[in-house]
Design a protein around this ligand. Structure first.
Ligand code: ADP
Length: 453
C-alpha cells in the first residue's frame, strides 16, 4: 500500500485536533448555556414579579393597576389574586394554563401544562391600606429553550462547514510549510537526472530549518563536485604524464629488436613488452579522451550525416574481421537514415560495440548490425556470444569495469564508458539485453533531430 504523504498526514492530524477542540468547546458552551438559560429565566421572573409591586396602588380606597401590569415582558405573564384565594383580580395567564393552581409562596416551581413547561412564582404584596395581594408570575421555559435549540441547530449546521474549513486551512498550511521541501526534492532530482553537479538548490526566503537543510545540501554538492573535478583532473594528468615513458619504452624496444645477436627467448620477451606497451598506450589514449570528454574539453562537431553509409562501412570492416574469426556478421541497414550528431563519435560508438561483439563471440557465432528509423533512430548490435549476468549489466558502463579480465587480455574496461558518454551527448538512450552463454543485444535510441527539407 502506498504510504500517505507527510502533507496529508499533517492535514489529517490538524483536522482531528481541531475537530476535537471544536466539539469540546461547543459541548462546554452548550452545557453552560443550558444551565445559564434556566438561571436567567428564573432571575428575570423574580425581577419582573418584584417590579410588578410598583404597578399596584390604592386610589380612593380602590386597587388600581398600572397598564404595564398587562404587558408580557420577556414572555412573563403577571396576574394578581386576592389574598390567599384563587380569585383573579387582574392580569393575564398563558392560554391553557391552570386557573386553579394552588399557591406556593416565594419559590419558583416548574409546572408542565400540555407539553409546555412553565416556571411559576407566587409572591405576596401588602398594599398601602394593609390589604394583601398575591402576585403570580408565569413564564414558559420552552420559549427560551427554543431560542437555545435554534442556536444549537445553527451550530450543528456550522460544524461540517467548520470541519471543511479546517481541512482546507490544514491543507494550505501544510502545503506552505512543505513547499520548500518539495522544491528541494525537485531540484536534487534535476541535479541527479542531468548529472550536473555545478547546479545548486539555492533556496531563499524560507524558514530557518529548511534553508539550513538546503544550504547543507549545497555545500555537500560543492564538495562532491570538487571531488569529481579532482578525480577527472587526476585521470587526465596521469594519462598525460604516462605518454612520454610509454613512447620511450616503445622506442627502446624497437631499437633493441633491431640489434643483431639477440637469442630467440630475448626476442620473444621484447615482443611481449612491446605488445603490452602498445596496449597500455591505447588504454591511456582512451582514458585521456574520456577524461577530456567528461571535463567538457572535447569539442563536439555536430552536423547532419548519413548514418546508414557510416554503418555500412563499419559493418563491412567487421565482416572481414568476423570472417577471420569464423563469425558471421550480418547487416540490416535501412538506407538513407540521416542523423544530426558528431560523425566521428558515432563511428567510435559503432566500432566499440562491434569490436566488443567480435571479442565476446566464439567462432561459429553470429553478429547482426541493424539501423532503423521510425519515430526515432535505432542502432542495434546483437551477438550470439558469451553474454553476461543480469547483475553485471548496470556496471559495464563504469570506467575500468570488466566482467572478467581473464575473458580477454586486450580490454581496458573503458570502451563502454566512452560509448555511454557519446550516447549521452547525443541525448540518446542505451538498452542492453543479455543472457549468459546466449548473447547480448545493445540498442541505442536517438531522437531524430535532422532538419527535414
Ligand atoms: P573491455 O575493454 O573490457 O571490452 P568495455 O568497457 O568495452 O571494456 O566493456 C566492459 C565489459 O562489458 C567487458 O569487460 C565485457 O566483459 C562486457 N561486455 C561488453 N560487451 C559485451 C558483449 N557483447 N558480450 C559480452 N560481454 C560484453
Amino acid at each position: 500500500m502506498k504510504r500517505l504523504s507527510l502533507k496529508w498526514r499533517l492535514v489529517i492530524l490538524h483536522t482531528i485536533v481541531m475537530t476535537l477542540v471544536m466539539v469540546f468547546v461547543l459541548t462546554l458552551l452548550f452545557s453552560i448555556s443550558s444551565k445559564e438559560i434556566s438561571a436567567n429565566v428564573k432571575s428575570e421572573l423574580q425581577d419582573r414579579v418584584s417590579e410588578s409591586f410598583d404597578y399596584i396602588s390604592i386610589k380612593n380606597g380602590a386597587i388600581v393597576f398600572d397598564k404595564d401590569f398587562l404587558e408580557i415582558k420577556d414572555g412573563i405573564y403577571l396576574s394578581a389574586y386576592d389574598g390567599d384565594d384563587l380569585d383573579l383580580l387582574y392580569g393575564k395567564i398563558p392560554y391553557g394554563f391552570h386557573y386553579d393552581l394552588g399557591f406556593l409562596k416565594d419559590d419558583i416551581r416548574e409546572i408542565k401544562v400540555t407539553d409546555v413547561n412553565y416556571y411559576v412564582l407566587d409572591s405576596d404584596v401588602i398594599l398601602a391600606d394593609g390589604q394583601k395581594l398575591t402576585i403570580r408570575g408565569i413564564v414558559s421555559i420552552d420559549a427560551a429553550q427554543r431560542e437555545y435549540a435554534l442556536t444549537l441547530r445553527i451550530a450543528l449546521i456550522l460544524l461540517p462547514l467548520l470541519f471543511f474549513l479546517t481541512i482546507v486551512s490544514g491543507y494550505i498550511l501544510s502545503k506552505r510549510a512543505l513547499d520548500p521541501v518539495e522544491k528541494i526534492i525537485k531540484k536534487t532530482d534535476d541535479i541527479r537526472r542531468e548529472k550536473d553537479l555545478s547546479k545548486r538548490i539555492g533556496l531563499e526566503n524560507t524558514s530557518e530549518e529548511i534553508s539550513r537543510l538546503a544550504n547543507t545540501f549545497d555545500s555537500l554538492l560543492a564538495d562532491v563536485e570538487k571531488g569529481f573535478e579532482r578525480e577527472k583532473r587526476f585521470s587526465s594528468d596521469v594519462a598525460h604524464e604516462l605518454r612520454t615513458p610509454i613512447t620511450v619504452i616503445k622506442m627502446a624496444c624497437d631499437d633493441l629488436l633491431k640489434r643483431d645477436g639477440l637469442d630467440q627467448d630475448m626476442k620473444e620477451d621484447l615482443e611481449t613488452i612491446k605488445r603490452k606497451n602498445d596496449q597500455m598506450a591505447k588504454m591511456i589514449e582512451k582514458l585521456l579522451l574520456l577524461a577530456r570528454a567528461e571535463q567538457g574539453r572535447y569539442k563536439l562537431h555536430k552536423q547532419d550525416f548519413d548514418l546508414s553509409k557510416l554503418a555500412t562501412i563499419i559493418g563491412e570492416e567487421s565482416k572481414v574481421l568476423g570472417k577471420e574469426q569464423g563469425i558471421e556478421v550480418v547487416t540490416l541497414i535501412t538506407p538513407f537514415v540521416r542523423m544530426y550528431g558528431d560523425e566521428d563519435l558515432l563511428e567510435r560508438l559503432l566500432s566499440n560495440v562491434l569490436e566488443n561483439a567480435l571479442k565476446y563471440t566464439r567462432s561459429g557465432g553470429k553478429i547482426t548490425l541493424k539501423i532503423d528509423h521510425d519515430k526515432d533512430i535505432k542502432i542495434e548490435v546483437a551477438d550470439t556470444g558469451i553474454g553476461m549476468e543480469k547483475s553485471q549489466l548496470e556496471k559495464i558502463f563504469d570506467r575500468f569495469y570488466q566482467v572478467d579480465s581473464s575473458r580477454n587480455d586486450s580490454g581496458s574496461g573503458l570502451g563502454l564508458s566512452f560509448v555511454k558518454w557519446i550516447t549521452d551527448v547525443h541525448d540518446g538512450k542505451i538498452d542492453v539485453q543479455s543472457e549468459k552463454d546466449k548473447g547480448t543485444t545493445f540498442t541505442f535510441t536517438f531522437k531524430d533531430r535532422t532538419v527535414k527539407k
